[in-house]
Design a protein around this ligand. Structure first.
Ligand SMILES: Cc1cc2nc3c(=O)[nH]c(=O)nc-3n(C[C@H](O)[C@H](O)[C@H](O)COP(=O)(O)OP(=O)(O)OC[C@H]3O[C@@H](n4cnc5c(N)ncnc54)[C@H](O)[C@@H]3O)c2cc1C
Length: 469
């Protein structure tokens, strides 16, 4: 038995961050217990299969990053994975009620009908920008307007921000929401030149110029968290179990509740892989202190994801793309639409198509809160105009996220500081996930791996001797 075998780690939160951390630690020989308050693992990764339809309530695709490829090999999932159809490379942006392909390369940026001639010239001038180190953070809107001008902001940035964050570019922080672009401005000045340099470097390394197809699985994205959970020793996952208190002492004590049963258990280290609201609710110690209560103020606008099934002949549009993003200036009731059945086979019964409509976000939070019938009545006129949809959907599935995606807005530091302070005050406790480490699934995966590395390093008490994660 190695030293690692005798150490036990509690992982609170069974989303992709917590499960990745658990898997990495298990592979390194540690005993792990994952506490998950829901009946199933996966967190916001939520697939439902019903009557021949496959519905993704949360994220819909994964990019093929090296980390994800490695994980799929470790879990033996390669034979279940599906790659997106070539159509997925095309993303449309709505302008004046028409779907226009979003420029995928620099050349098409300069010729795209999405932008007026003066906006294209303004974009071209960006190539002349010199490296800049800003003393203070700025909004994404200011950042992009400085680079590309106002029209690009409205039709280039805003729809993508709606698609990624369901957020408001006037409020989002350039530094925290898009750290890669913040860094490119520092090193290259021009973001376009920065992208070009990175693309050339990829080609030199023998990688292809265009991004590889996106991934999912025959039974949807939930396959990944389910496989991570199944690969852990039996009894490692405790679903329907909410952790309420953490008592910092060697060993750590955790108070959890499974239905009405309260239990105290002991561990050598703790990982918190919770969303901001979960972190805020945790009670530390015996005096009722909610050390991370500030996290409750991290904005998370609501989003509704409405999965709609139609007979093929009810939709005039060819649906030959990933989907359509809707700029705020278009004054529609939607943030975006995925052409779900065009991405992967098996998402809709034969002779049918599936669309997933996203509504709400920071732009129109009240729309996300509508009942299914009202939401449908609100979005169908837009779908008729944009995609030539006729009649009523033959299948409807509504997923409501009251707190969908954390917004890394200006002033985001005030949510990061308490997390760092809490970790410093409690050696052996590590915090990750989308409140802090990035909102995308690949970033959460990386967060889980990093949490595992730091926890093992702490338990080994020899910072130089990292296990290979
Ligand atoms: C509608 C939507 C669409 C998205 N689309 C994409 C996309 O296309 N691409 C992409 O990359 N990302 C997307 N994201 C973002 C991405 O899916 C998430 O940021 C990521 O999955 C979060 O993973 P996590 O493990 O950090 O958190 P979560 O998935 O939130 O998991 C945390 C878990 O902790 C549990 N928990 C909370 N409190 C307690 C407690 N006290 N005790 C025990 N358990 C607790 C929760 O039940 C939950 O299961 C989307 C998100 C949403 C909401």
């Amino acid at each position: 038995m190695s030293a690692a075998d005798s150490k036990s780690i509690a992982i609170i939160g069974g989303g992709i961050t917590g499960l990745t951390a658990a898997w990495r630690l298990h592979r390194a020989g540690y005993r792990v217990t994952v506490f998950e308050k829901n009946p199933t693992v996966g967190g916001v990764i939520r697939t439902t299969e019903q009557d021949g339809w496959l519905i993704e309530g949360g994220p819909t695709t994964l990019p093929q990053t090296p980390e994800i490829a490695a994980l799929l090999t470790e879990l033996g999932l390669e034979n279940q994975r599906m790659t997106s159809s070539p159509a997925a490379n095309t993303r449309f942006i709505v302008r004046d009620g028409h779907l226009i392909p979003a420029p995928a390369a620099f050349a098409s940026l300069l010729t795209s009908p999405l932008f007026s001639i003066s906006a294209r010239l303004r974009i071209f001038r960006e190539l002349l920008m010199r490296p800049r180190v800003r003393a203070t953070d700025t909004s994404l809107a200011n950042f992009f307007a400085a680079h590309f001008g106002r029209e690009f902001l409205d039709y280039g940035l805003d729809p993508f921000v709606a698609g990624i964050y369901a957020g408001n570019p006037e409020k989002l922080s350039a530094r925290y929401a898009f750290p890669r672009l913040w860094q490119l401005e520092r090193t290259h000045g021009s973001l376009l030149r920065g992208f070009r340099t990175e693309a050339r470097a990829r080609l030199t390394r023998g990688e292809t110029g265009s991004p590889p197809p996106l991934l999912s699985f025959a039974h949807g994205l939930q396959t990944l968290p389910n496989a991570l959970a199944a690969a852990l020793p039996s009894g490692s996952i405790r679903t329907d179990t909410v952790v309420t208190n953490i008592i910092s002492n060697r060993p750590w004590k955790i108070i959890s509740k499974h239905h009405d049963e309260v239990e105290t258990s002991e561990f050598d280290a703790i990982i918190l892989a919770l969303p901001a609201s979960g972190l805020a609710e945790l009670v530390f110690g015996t005096l009722g202190e909610r050390t991370l209560a500030t996290l409750d103020h991290q904005p998370h606008p609501p989003v509704s994801s409405l999965f709609l099934g139609f007979k093929r002949d009810q939709v005039a549009h060819s649906l030959d793309g990933f989907g359509a993003l809707i700029p705020a200036r278009e004054h529609r009731n939607l943030l975006g639409i995925h052409f779900s059945s065009s991405l992967f086979p098996g998402r809709a019964p034969a002779g049918h198509v599936a669309l997933t409509v996203f509504a709400g976000g920071a732009r129109q939070p009240e729309t996300a809160r509508l009942t299914t019938a009202r939401l449908l009545a609100r979005v169908l006129p837009d779908l008729r105009e944009l995609l030539g949809v006729s009649g009523e959907p033959v299948f409807v599935h509504h997923t409501f996220w009251p707190k969908a995606i954390p917004q890394y807005n200006l002033g985001h530091e005030r949510f990061l500081e308490p997390l760092t302070r809490c970790e410093n005050q409690h050696p052996g406790l590590f915090i990750g996930g989308n409140a802090r480490d990035g909102i995308s699934v690949p970033e959460c995966l990386k967060s889980g791996t990093e949490l595992a590395r730091k926890t093992a390093e702490f338990l080994q008490k020899s910072p130089g001797k990292n296990r290979n994660f």
